[in-house]
Design a protein around this ligand. Structure first.
Ligand SMILES: [Fe+2]
Ligand SMILES: [Fe+2]
Length: 293
């Protein structure tokens, strides 16, 4: 990418981050209403979805730790975004959703806040070599896109489901407020991913494709239990009926950038496989209730 193009990406990012910081301050606790008319019904239907989303949102603090390991020397706009804008918004999403589930009589989410996998540590060590840092950055943007797009779709479904149950206070003051903040995060990663992909050399692109293939997982699903939990979330939100449509929406830009050569490809196979696997694990667990939840 030419320097002019690179700096136009950077300019767009600077403007974008300034705008979301201005338009979307972290949600204040006193702006939400935890009133639930029929807590038992609401908990039975959506309790586990709240728990999953609360955990993923609260794990933002581990994500920041992972980021600083994986990207020891990030561009200033990335640092500004994740430290000053993104983290303060996401942590509020987590705290508010967690408080809601506690109000419904559930346990708090069990967020894993400090374990960084060996894989990331290795990446972090390699990232000190600058050409490799760009590979890591690209993986970070791709993960960010998939994560934020999942959040947008999940909160849309949860918002509708909550309204359908007549829980207007939760729908409008909690889910509605949270869901409005996610598209701005998605846009940040999308602009970044498009800009950086254009700058990568062929070997870096090859490496990104390879690493994506071996490491993709749905947001927050880091082991079999969490994958099954994610499958349950998909089922409750009605996404299990068309996992490939869901995968397609999650990975649209990733497909366009990484797999443009494979014309006619609907969705990268590792994305589709991951969502099918989550639904299958959840179904298997329903039939084998002795498995740990
Ligand atoms: Fe969020
Ligand atoms: Fe987000």
């Amino acid at each position: 990418m030419s320097t002019a193009l690179a700096s136009s990406t950077e300019l767009r990012l600077v403007e974008h981050v300034a705008r979301i910081a201005e338009e979307h301050p972290p949600i204040r606790l006193d702006s939400v209403d935890f009133t639930v008319k029929r807590p038992r019904e609401f908990e039975a239907r959506f309790g586990h979805v709240l728990d999953y989303m609360a955990r993923v949102e609260l794990e933002v603090d581990r994500n920041v730790l992972e980021l600083t390991t994986m990207l020891p020397d990030p561009p200033e706009i990335d640092r500004h975004f994740y430290a000053d804008v993104w983290q303060p918004q996401e942590i509020q999403h987590g705290l508010i959703l967690d408080r809601l589930q506690v109000e419904l009589g559930r346990e708090s989410a069990e967020a894993d806040l400090d374990s960084i996998g060996l894989k990331l540590k290795v990446l972090g060590a390699l990232a000190h070599l600058s050409p490799f840092q760009d590979v890591c950055r690209m993986l970070y943007y791709l993960t960010g896109m998939a994560t934020e797009r999942t959040a947008v779709l999940a909160y849309n479904q949860l918002y509708r489901g909550t309204l359908d149950l007549g829980e207007d206070a939760v729908a409008n003051t909690i889910i509605g407020q949270i869901k409005r903040q996610e598209p701005g995060h998605y846009a940040f990663y999308q602009i970044s991913a498009r800009g950086l992909w254009a700058e990568l050399a062929a070997w870096q692109r090859w490496m990104v494709r390879l690493m994506r293939r071996v490491s993709f997982s749905p947001v927050g699903a880091n082991n079999a239990r969490q994958k099954a939990d994610f499958g349950d979330v998909m089922t409750t939100l009605g996404i299990d009926k068309a996992p490939d449509d869901f995968a397609e929406q999650i990975a649209r830009v990733e497909k366009e950038l990484l797999w443009a050569r494979d014309r006619g490809l609907r969705v990268p196979d590792y994305v589709s496989r991951a969502f099918h696997e989550a639904v299958e694990l959840a179904r298997a667990r329903t039939h084998l209730p002795h498995l740990p939840r």
